[in-house]
Every structure is written in structure tokens, then in C-alpha cells.
Design a protein around this ligand. Structure first.
Ligand SMILES: C=CC1=C(C)c2cc3[nH]c(cc4nc(cc5[nH]c(cc1n2)c(C)c5CCC(=O)O)C(CCC(=O)O)=C4C)c(C)c3C=C
Ligand SMILES: [Fe+2]
Length: 484
């Protein structure tokens, strides 16, 4: 680790990220994308000296005195997934109606729902095929419920009698449903824990934004003390749990030392990182670096790489892309590949279908002879116990003005209230270009409102015609077939 407690973290992380990319280049001989300048990201306010984060344990806190008569709740935030094939289109509608997934210029916000309807109907057949091939629906709800139950048990074993709730962003149980239950149960202290190890505007950010709007409108919630753990990829327990899984899968190879460790993260449009200040890429690179350091401590020094999967639409997403990288590695003569899904802690459609079927097939076609895949963490005990520790370590800051308070800034987990966390990235945030290009028509902010609206309505009519007839300019340009 290059970071020492007390060293200013901006400098520390940007050094770490650059070094990380250099290692990837050396070990595989191809150049990845250049590292983003992390010190320019607005969200780094919440990053803390890494050594402190990595070495923390729950034993540092007098737990009983923190809880007292309070009723503690933990709200796990997650994406949600369609449980049946009939759910697929409405699930996609909810996803594309989210301005953190498709952000239209202010002038065109009124088109968000029609556009979501259009894209969800267009995409549903392909998505349904994917969900049909993994058993007819997403396993996310079941796995997240099991994680919530294991987390509850772990907290109770650590003398924290908390209730754990699941709030999904795009499907049942919706965040609103979880909040209603939290109110019925009379929770007085709430820890908000997004189940994404790395922060992205499109995932944790979106869930927190929704939560903020719910909190703002509700008298009970406005007064409820809460804190948020926005990302936790740097925690020792998580890093060790991931490393254990990788080590175990490597042992299944005939010559483990020759397997390339292939971290595959869910992508985001490049503009999220470069224009909107999403810390996702920097956090991902640092996470991979920490796992590789832990492997090195165990004398495992395999070559490795990080690529991004699951892009939607034809705009540029984070690179290198997983499919192109697999082909590249095959050309370079790599014969053994171990895929490691890194951005999500449950099995889901993109591990079970995209990685296990599509990328495996591509790898075998590209000359890879032995393919392995690390399972998602699910209810792995080291991981669950570490999540419980993260919750316990956050308790002293529930209700405190964490971010503006020096003590909290130096705390063991990065904390902040929902409102404060969002304020930080909103302060610099510009409009996010949509991952779908249909609206990118060179409209300027100064364009006349009504001219613009009339033209966009005309486009909408064309789009509706295209969906209903299956023919038109988007099909000709291959825009629909390029959805993942
Ligand atoms: C960290 C993880 C994820 C990021 C970042 C993310 C960004 C992102 N996703 C889409 C579009 C889709 N995502 C879909 C499913 C899906 N996405 C994630 C995670 C991240 N998404 C998960 C875990 C899942 C699967 C849920 C499940 O049911 O198992 C889908 C639907 C599936 C499909 O049709 O392929 C879409 C569409 C965008 C546009 C985006 C960033 C802007
Ligand atoms: Fe996604």
C-alpha cells in the first residue's frame, strides 16, 4: 500500500491508480485506458486514509453505549430484478425512467417517461431471452434477502440487535416499501448500506437520490437519525473474501500460475466519469489493486487485467471492453483465463448469462483453452461479517453531521448523510449524456423551447412508428441490435 494514515488522500489515490495501470500494462503487454485524475473527482471528499479503512474492526467501539434504547435498522439498497418474464418490460421501464440512468437536458425532462416506455418496449424481447435462459427471472431478490438475513444474524452475534431491510431501486421490494416497514417498526437509528462495493452515480447514487426525496417529504424520516456508507470496496474483509474466492478457483486450473485473472466490471458511459465526476472507475481500479496486493501477500503473482462489460447503446462506455479484451488476450496466446465479476456481490443475469455463456463461448473461440469463473460473494461468511463490522463502525456517526465534522472525516468508514453525499457530487455535476443516442441532436441550451419540443415530439412519433413496424432509421443504423 502506498497510503499512510494521515497522508492527504487525493495525492495518495492518484498515485495508486497510475501505478495500477502501469502494472496492468507490464503484465499483459497491452495498454489500457489512461487513468482518470482522481484528485479532480468531487466525491473524493469521502475517501479516507486507506490504512485506517483497511485495518478497522468493530471491537474499537463500546457498542452497548452506542445503542442504548435506540431501535437500530440497516437498509440494504440494491438494483432489483424482474422475477418473471412478464416483469421484464416494466422493470426496464423503471430503469430507463431513472434520470441517473438516462439524463435528458432539463428542457426535455418531460420526455423521460415516453422515452423509457419506448426503450423498454424495444429492449424487452432481448432481455426476456436472457432472463428465460437463467430460469425465467432474476435471482437478485432471493439472494439479497438471504444476505439481509445473514447480516442480521451476524449483527446479533456481535451484540447489535438490528433489523435489516431490503430496498430495491427498480423492482420489488421497492425502497418505498422498505421505508414504510422501517416506519412501522419505529426505527430510530438507520444505517444505509448500498450493496455495491464501488460507488457509481448510476447505482448507489441513484438509490441515494431516491432516498433523499423520500426523506425530504416525510416528517418521521426527516427527524430519523441516519448515516450512509457510500462504498466499501477498500475494507479488509471484503478484499480478503474476494481473494479467498479467487485463490480457490485458481487451484482448479492445471497450471494455476499461468491463468490470467480477468476482472470484469459492469461498465458505465465514459461521460459519467469524465464529465459528471463519477468516482466509479477510480474506485474499481483501486479495488483491483488491493485484491492483487492481497494475492501477492499469499505468493500469487498471476498476470491480471480489468475490463468493463454490459454496455448499452452505441455511446462510448468505460474501456477496455470485456469482449474486445478477451479476443485480444486470445490473440496474444493466453490459454487460461479466470473471470472475476467485481462490481456486484450477487449472481445476476450478467454473471449467469453474459459471463458464463457469452464470454465463455467467445473466449473458447478466441483460443482460450481453460476457462474459470469466480462466483459472486453472496452469503460468504467473511464478507457478511465484514459488512456487519462496517455497520457497527458507522454507528457512532448516525445522526452526526458526519461530513462537516472533522472527527467523522477521520472515521473508519466513509460516512455522510444522504443529503450531504448527494450535495457533493451535485455541486459539480453537469447533465449526463444519455447512454442511448436517440436524443443527441446538437440541440443547444439556447434553442427555443417550443421549437425544440415540437421537433422532439416529431421524433417521438417516428420512434413509436419504428417500434410498432420494426423498421426505420434506428434499425438501419444498428442502434437496437447493439443493446446488450
Ligand atoms: C455496479 C453495477 C452496475 C452498474 C454500474 C450499472 C449501470 C448501468 N446499467 C444499465 C442498464 C441495465 N442494467 C441492467 C441490469 C443490471 N445492472 C446491474 C448492475 C449495474 N448497472 C445488475 C446487477 C443488473 C442485473 C439485474 C438482474 O436482473 O439480475 C439492465 C437489464 C438487463 C438487460 O436488459 O441486460 C439494463 C438495461 C445502464 C444504462 C447503466 C449505466 C448508465
Ligand atoms: Fe446495469
Amino acid at each position: 500500500m502506498c497510503c499512510v494514515s494521515g497522508v492527504h488522500v487525493d495525492a495518495c489515490v492518484s498515485f495508486n491508480v497510475s501505478r495500477n495501470c502501469a502494472v496492468a500494462k507490464d503484465s499483459l503487454g497491452w495498454s489500457g485506458t489512461s487513468p482518470s485524475l482522481y484528485s479532480k473527482q468531487p466525491f473524493n471528499k469521502f475517501l479516507l486514509p486507506l490504512k485506517a479503512l483497511v485495518t478497522s474492526t468493530s471491537q474499537d467501539f463500546p457498542i452497548a453505549s452506542l445503542i442504548g434504547e435506540e431501535k437500530v435498522g440497516v437498509l440494504l439498497l440494491n438494483l432489483g430484478g424482474p422475477e418473471t418474464l412478464e416483469d421484464v418490460q416494466p422493470f426496464l421501464f423503471n430503469l430507463f425512467a431513472d434520470p441517473d440512468i438516462i439524463r435528458l437536458p432539463r428542457l426535455f425532462r418531460f420526455l423521460q417517461k415516453p422515452l423509457a416506455q419506448f426503450i423498454s418496449v424495444a429492449r424487452a424481447p432481448k432481455s426476456k431471452e436472457g432472463y428465460a435462459s437463467i430460469g425465467g427471472g432474476s435471482p437478485l431478490r432471493q439472494i439479497t434477502d438471504a444476505q439481509a438475513e445473514e447480516l442480521r444474524k451476524s449483527l446479533w452475534e456481535k451484540q447489535v440487535p438490528a433489523k435489516v431491510y431490503v430496498g430495491m431501486r427498480y423492482w420489488h421490494p421497492f425502497t418505498e416499501e422498505a421505508i414504510e416497514q422501517i416506519k412501522r417498526d419505529g426505527i430510530t437509528k438507520l444505517v444505509v448500506l448500498p450493496l455495491y462495493p464501488q460507488f457509481s452515480i448510476s447505482t448507489s447514487g441513484s438509490s441515494l437520490r431516491l432516498l433523499e426525496s423520500i426523506f425530504r417529504e416525510d416528517e418521521y424520516l426527516v427527524n430519523m437519525q441516519h448515516t450512509v456508507i457510500p462504498s466499501w470496496y477498500q475494507r479488509e474483509g471484503y478484499i480478503k473474501a474476494m481473494t479467498n474466492l479467487i485463490e480457490k478457483e485458481l487451484e482448479k486450473f492445471d497450471r494455476p500460475e499461468q491463468a490470467v485473472i480477468f476482472f470484469s466490471a459492469h461498465g458505465v458511459p465514459l461521460a459519467y466519469v469524465e464529465e459528471a465526476g463519477d468516482p466509479y472507475k477510480a474506485e474499481m481500479e483501486e479495488c483491483v489493486d488491493l485484491i492483487m496486493e492481497e494475492l501477492e501477500k499469499r505468493k500469487i503473482i498471476n498476470a491480471y487485467t480489468l475490463a468493463y462489460q454490459s454496455r448499452v447503446g452505441p455511446v462510448e462506455w468505460l474501456k477496455p471492453y470485456t469482449d474486445e479484451t478477451i479476443i485480444e488476450l486470445g490473440k496474444k496466446g493466453v490459454k487460461r483465463l479466470l473471470a472475476v465479476p467485481i462490481s456486484f456481490v450477487s449472481e445476476h443475469i450478467e454473471t449467469l448469462e453474459e459471463i458464463d455463456v457469452e464470454y465463455k463461448e467467445l473466449a473458447l473461440k478466441s483460443g482460450i483453452e481453460k476457462w474459470g469463473r469466480v462466483p459472486a460473494l453472496g452469503c460468504e461468511p467473511t464478507f457478511i461479517s465484514d459488512l456487519a463490522d462496517a455497520v457497527i463502525e458507522s454507528l457512532p456517526y448516525v445522526g452526526a453531521m458526519a461530513v462537516s465534522n472533522l472527527e467523522a472525516r477521520q472515521s473508519l468508514v466513509p460516512l455522510g448523510s444522504v443529503e450531504e453525499l448527494l450535495a457533493v457530487y451535485d455541486s459539480k455535476r453537469r447533465e449526463l449524456p444519455s447512454p442511448v443516442t436517440v436524443w443527441e441532436w446538437g440541440w443547444t441550451r439556447s434553442a427555443e423551447t417550443w421549437n425544440g419540443r415540437a421537433a422532439m415530439l416529431a421524433v417521438l412519433v417516428l420512434l413509436v412508428l419504428e417500434v410498432t413496424t420494426g423498421q426505420g432509421f434506428l434499425h438501419q443504423w444498428g442502434i437496437f441490435p447493439s443493446f446488450h
